[in-house]
Design a protein around this ligand. Sequence first.
Ligand SMILES: [Zn+2]
Length: 224
Amino acid sequence: MKKEKFTYNYLIKIIKKAKNKKYKFISLKDYNKYKNKKKFLLRLDLDFYPKSLSGILEIAKKFKIPLTIYIRVAGPYNIFWYENYTIIKNAIDQGHTIGLHSNFIERAKLIKKSITKCIDDEITVLKKLFGNIITLAPHRDINYIENSLPWIEKNWSKIKKKHNFKFHAYEKKFFLNFEYINEGLNPHLCWRNITPETAMKKNKNIYMLIHPHWWFNKNPYEHY
Ligand SMILES: [Zn+2]
């Protein structure tokens, strides 16, 4: 198979193929609905450059795809900055689900605060700006040893109740029932394991994570 660049046209090609193969695109929160359908979850982790979300929002609008988008509060962009705020607000107004994307374990260590305080502060800010937030997904910047996921798994019932979360992005149920597909640097940008085309060929339910800053219209530097 020809190696594709991560262009918007390629994303559209994947979406069209999935629709032709009768996949139903759903938000992560609806993973359990549509029992008799083949399902396609599309998750976005907004690690950098919130503006990079706009091209994908247009595609989602055109093809009526509900997205689940994880936003950083303690990351390298400022969600109060009007352009960033507006694009996230647009995503919410389009009906997409927004969640917290955080590396609070790493942050707690670096700034010498408690883990609970770090997560409480981030969720408070995100809720203050964008209303109810029902989900979170860990991000990592530097080191997998500081990955927040083991802590989330250990403390899930407690933080779920405290913050009214409905699910987190790495719950076992997603991995048992869906083929997980993501892109990343290995060392160059590629699909990490299986490609969406292969997963669709096998008629698997699909849980696909992409990072908007790696996807582009004309050139890979257009968001920078
Ligand atoms: Zn991330």
